[in-house]
Design a protein around this ligand. Structure first.
Ligand code: NAD
Ligand code: TYD
Length: 357
């Protein structure tokens, strides 16, 4: 889609750019491509935070638009006005636990919101040449693995939470618009991300936050569920490559080849935190608390990312231990960011909600 496809890219829409992954993608594109205009569209839910982009918000090639992707007519107006040539769609409700307590919000944002963007792109892109609608998705659409095996691009979809079902649905719609209307699309499905600016509802920042504040670390079930973790900047690098070099209509899996049982990951984080906070070894582990399991908790996710590695030359750059330490350092150095996102009704929502096993 870019220069190496012979196209002079101009205005790119990034949705959800004020969120965790989106802010890393926006930052990368604004800094690396000064000749692109990057429009960050986000309606700033609890997970969206303009403080994630303070360092680049005054760059001349960056613009923020506060808008809700569920407003279909508004999306058409904005596509008409800005004449976006590329879309990187990240805006979504993203937390599985919230999808269990409030599925409708996920259906509304993740499915309807995506269709609104597809419609706006289809209506504006009379000539689809040189355009690209890039949908960012998750490995959770493939369901859950047993002790062995991996998710491939060809693995049948088998989503099992309202979150993953809403993302699977949006993936299907993106593909349907490609087949039916010839909309130029690409999709990537990535494993669990971690790193700076992640809202402390997800496992890693929640654990760091709780240890720092001497609060219990809630481990769902026995802590034996397995996730494949990838540093967020490695995901942003993959998104950059796919946006520019992917073949239209293709799907790419992105993963860290880095599987961890939750309890082992939490114990590693405890060790790093004890060291960083100068606390006696074992202090943080005392905070571990086994709580009632998540409903329908997927056992294991593991990605085979050979396709993007072979076809586009991507690979993760960081060792997990180094990425985790970098992440811990960032959270400890950015206490005011954490204080800000945990003010308001955070405590009501995330604390005291666990039942001990
Ligand atoms: P996030 O929750 O941190 O950010 C989501 C962003 O979308 C927020 O800025 C929020 O304000 C915005 N948003 C939500 N509803 C909106 C609406 N109706 N209109 C406009 N903006 C809206 O999420 P994240 O972890 O950065 O994930 C980004 C994308 O990547 C999601 O599509 C998610 O499914 C996907 N993904 C996430 C992971 C992960 O580990 N976090 C892994 C694979 C894929
Ligand atoms: P999470 O970060 O919510 O990501 P996802 O559910 O999308 O994989 O959770 C990662 C794993 O950690 C998952 O197996 C659920 C578990 N978990 C806990 O044990 N305790 C927690 O407090 C949270 C948030 C998650």
């Amino acid at each position: 889609m870019k220069k190496n496809r012979g196209i002079n890219m101009k205005t790119i829409l990034i949705t959800g750019g004020a969120g965790f992954i989106g802010s890393h993608v926006v930052r990368r594109f604004v800094k690396k491509y000064p000749d692109y205009k990057i429009v960050n569209l986000d309606n700033l839910t609890y997970a969206g935070n303009l403080a994630n982009l303070r360092d680049i918000e005054r760059e001349p090639n960056y613009e923020f638009v506060k808008a809700d992707i569920t407003a279909g007519e508004l999306m058409k107006v904005l596509f008409n006005e800005y004449r976006f040539e590329g879309v990187i769609h990240l805006a979504a409700e993203s937390h599985v636990d919230r999808s269990i307590s409030n599925p409708m919000e996920f259906i509304h944002t993740n499915i309807l919101g995506t269709v609104n963007l597809l419609n706006a792109a289809r209506l504006t892109w009379e000539d689809p040449e040189g355009k690209l609608f890039y949908h960012i998705s998750t490995d959770e659409v493939y369901g859950s693995l047993g002790d062995t095996g991996f998710f491939y691009e060809t693995t049948a979809y088998d989503p099992r939470s309202p979150y993953s079902a809403s993302k699977a649905s949006s993936d299907h719609l993106v593909r349907a618009y490609h087949h039916t209307y010839k909309l130029p699309v690409v999709i990537s499905n990535c494993s669990n991300n971690y790193g700076p600016y992640q809202f402390p509802e997800k496992l890693i920042p929640l654990t760091i936050h709780n240890i720092k504040n001497n609060k219990l670390i809630p481990v769902y079930g026995k802590g034996e569920n397995i996730r494949d973790w990838l540093f967020v900047e490695d995901h942003a690098a993959a998104i950059d490559l796919i946006f520019h070099d992917a073949a239209i209509g293709e799907t790419y899996n992105i993963g860290g080849h880095n599987e961890w049982k939750n309890i082992d990951l939490i114990r590693l984080l405890c060790k790093i935190m004890d060291k960083k906070l100068n606390r006696p070894a074992g202090t943080s582990e005392n905070l571990i608390s086994f709580v009632k399991d998540r409903a329908g908790h997927d056992l294991r996710y593991a990605i085979n990312s050979e396709k993007i590695q072979k076809k586009l030359g991507w690979k993760p750059s960081l060792r997990f231990e180094d990425g985790l330490e970098k992440t811990v350092d960032w959270y400890l150095a950015n206490e005011s960011w954490m204080a800000n996102v945990t003010s308001g009704d955070y405590q009501k929502y995330y604390e005291n909600q666990y039942t001990k096993r």
